[in-house]
Design a protein around this ligand. Structure first.
Ligand code: NAD
Ligand code: UFG
Length: 337
């Protein structure tokens, strides 16, 4: 058996996916430029699984560096997480986002072509549903974007569709993640954002820890049951297992396929805060402020395609997601060092 290459494998979702792949018996090679993660994640995943992964500090812009990885290892498939992911930052720095995410992916695909590697599982996002589609989102709805980050996901999906037309033996599985939260239940791996978090759960975690004063809730006048935004939060380890199922699917089928990875349930900001309060045993100070530009009211998946074709279904509820997030936060107050 050849190996799998996990780009962005020391990042939040990638590191949990590596645990799932190692546990499933896959030989794992990790490539990351460490721009948004720490190499300590490799030691943590080895501690959890008692298995080794080979790590390369390599950028997707570095074609020779990537060739070296393919020379050193027989790579059967690439699980492609590497990319920049902050929506707001992408509006400020569009060139950096297009360069890193699109040009980096093109270079990776060119190296894969040189080495006849024809399977990719790609980290797409629910953001490709844009702001016009009704919920729940279905995979065959039209895709669109409202910011450069979202456009990188829409464009990379298109690039993969086009490759599958040109090369009938190529397999591209795009996974459209909804809102991944939580952490490995050992407390050894979790989300480790640089600076002040943008996303809800990492922000709430810092408030619970006493590092940030209070949560600002971005609007309570949406057309939702309690007025706050509704999202489909999915446990990162459930998501990780979805990648193993997607790879198995990709190894058996050629062509392009996209799957939603979500629970199919929506939770409001207040639902998340209450679940987190239960998990940490403290109350979370909060205030209602203006809506955040670019936010939509409701986003949740129709998760039936992944259930039917990948035999994958999310198992954890919001309470478990918050309990695991809190355990990681308490055990690693400064993140992974
Ligand atoms: P993350 O930032 O924790 O992980 C991304 C990893 O990629 C980091 O370790 C970073 O150092 C690395 N990286 C970035 N640019 C690179 C490059 N040019 N070369 C090599 N490595 C590079 O983010 P994450 O939350 O784990 O997200 C992983 C993927 O999933 C991303 O593509 C992201 O867009 C996508 N995604 C994330 C979410 C989310 O809410 N977290 C939602 C939908 C999709
Ligand atoms: N929220 C707050 N206060 C905060 C942070 C968030 O009230 O400090 C609210 C938001 O308004 C939203 C909800 O919490 O209603 C979730 O916000 P997140 O920032 O955690 O997540 P988003 O749904 O906005 O964004 C996520 C990913 C994006 C991706 C998008 C669509 O971070 O990368 O899902 O898939 F594009």
């Amino acid at each position: 058996m050849g190996k799998i290459l996990v780009t962005g494998g020391t990042g939040f979702i990638g590191s949990h996916a590596c645990v799932a792949f190692l546990n499933a018996g896959y030989p794992v090679v990790i490539m990351d430029n460490l721009s948004n993660s720490k190499v300590e994640a490799v030691a943590r995943m080895e501690l959890i699984t008692s298995k080794q992964a080979r790590f390369y500090q390599t950028d997707t812009q570095d074609v020779d560096g990537m060739r070296q990885i393919f020379e050193d290892n027989k790579i059967d498939a690439v699980i492609h997480f590497a990319g920049l992911k902050a929506v707001g930052e992408s509006v400020q720095k569009p060139l950096a986002y297009y360069e890193n995410n699109i040009s980096g992916t093109l270079k990776l695909l060119q190296v894969m072509e040189e080495y006849h590697c024809e399977t990719m599982v790609f980290s797409s996002s629910a953001t490709v549903y844009g702001c016009e589609n009704p919920v729940p989102y279905l995979e065959d709805m039209p895709t669109s974007a409202t910011n450069p980050y979202g456009y990188t996901k829409v464009m990379i999906e298109q690039i993969l569709r086009d490759i599958c037309v040109a090369n009938p033996s190529f397999s591209a599985v795009c996974l459209r993640y909804f809102n991944p939260i939580g952490a490995h239940e050992s407390g050894l791996l979790g989300e480790n954002p640089n600076g002040i978090p943008n996303n809800l759960v990492p922000y709430v975690a810092q408030v619970a820890l006493g590092k940030l004063e209070k949560l600002r809730i971005f609007g309570n006048d949406y057309d939702t049951p309690d007025g706050t935004g509704v999202r489909d939060y999915v446990h990162v380890m459930d998501l990780a297992l979805g990648h193993v199922a997607a790879l198995e699917y990709g190894q058996k089928h050629t062509g392009f396929e996209a799957f939603n990875l979500g629970t199919g349930n929506g939770s409001s900001v207040l639902d998340v805060v209450h679940a987190y309060e239960k998990a940490c045993g403290k109350s979370i100070p909060m205030e209602i402020v203006e809506r955040r530009a670019g936010d939509i009211a409701i986003s949740y998946a129709d998760a039936s395609k992944a259930k039917e074709m990948l035999h994958w279904e999310a198992a954890s509820d919001l309470d478990k997601m918050c309990a695991d997030s809190w355990r990681f936060t308490l055990q690693n107050p400064k993140g992974l060092s």
